[in-house]
Design a protein around this ligand. Structure first.
Ligand SMILES: Nc1ncnc2c1ncn2[C@@H]1O[C@H](COP(=O)(O)OP(=O)(O)OP(=O)(O)O)[C@@H](O)[C@H]1O
Ligand SMILES: [Mg+2]
Length: 212
């Protein structure tokens, strides 16, 4: 059976779709069979996936774009075909998001260093707790160091859910590679952005399966 990770965060624009796309490619590049499920009516991940058709030698990834009552069934079906399922959810905590959280082995919660993100993260972590699913906060667009980085890390740590050791900086390469339908791991000269995503992908797998 596949590992299922659901990217959830009530706050819009926190980096859910960015994280889902780049993690999917990072894991696929390492040789895992990966499927992505887009349950957001905005269908951003689906649009990125459509761009992939033009990428030469794109690493194969499965996509399912579903909503409503079909979410759980599609996630279950896909999980029989691949090793890792990544679900990208919309910026609210309504039925589909709840179902996606319920299906997850781990809920990934991207959060930026802002008070609004912090407050929304609490709501998302409560949802994961209500569904009895483990969660991992992923600090996104973090300054490398300084007062804000320290302040935010300690505030997020107070929420009582693990915070990933790997943080993502604010890096244009994450957006520009997606514009071409790529993940940062298949972008030549990806630099710091590529290193961060590779490290994060490894950290998440380790948390999913500590024996690895
Ligand atoms: N680490 C990052 N560095 C630079 N840009 C980023 C980073 N993470 C996200 N972004 C940018 O922030 C914007 C929002 O990201 P994204 O669409 O992934 O968020 P989202 O949580 O999926 O939004 P929504 O709630 O609308 O679904 C996008 O323009 C994306 O390119
Ligand atoms: Mg999104």
């Amino acid at each position: 059976m596949a590992r299922i990770v659901t990217v959830a965060q009530q706050k819009g624009g926190a980096g859910k779709t960015t994280l889902a796309a780049h993690l999917a490619v990072a894991w696929a590049k390492q040789g895992h069979k990966v499927g992505v499920v887009d349950i957001d009516p905005q269908a951003s991940l689906t649009k990125w996936f459509a761009e992939r058709a033009r990428v030469k030698d794109a690493i194969p990834i499965e996509l399912r774009c579903v909503g409503g009552w079909r979410v759980q069934g599609e996630v279950e079906k896909l999980s029989k075909l691949v090793d890792i399922v990544v679900v990208d959810s919309p910026p609210h905590a309504e039925t589909e998001s709840k179902i996606a959280v319920r299906s997850a082995d781990l809920v990934l919660v991207p959060a930026q260093p802002s008070p609004m993100d912090l407050w929304a993260t609490k709501v998302t972590l409560d949802l994961a707790r209500a569904e009895k699913r483990p969660a991992l906060v992923i600090l996104n667009r973090m300054p490398a160091r300084g007062k804000l980085a320290d302040q935010m890390r300690s505030k997020y740590a107070e929420l009582g859910t693990p915070v990933a050791d790997t943080v993502l900086g604010s890096r244009v390469a994450f957006a520009s590679s997606m514009l071409e339908g790529k993940g940062i791991s298949e972008q030549g000269g990806a630099g710091a952005a590529g290193q961060e995503m590779t490290a994060l992908a490894a950290e998440i797998l380790k948390r999913l399966d500590p024996a690895q």
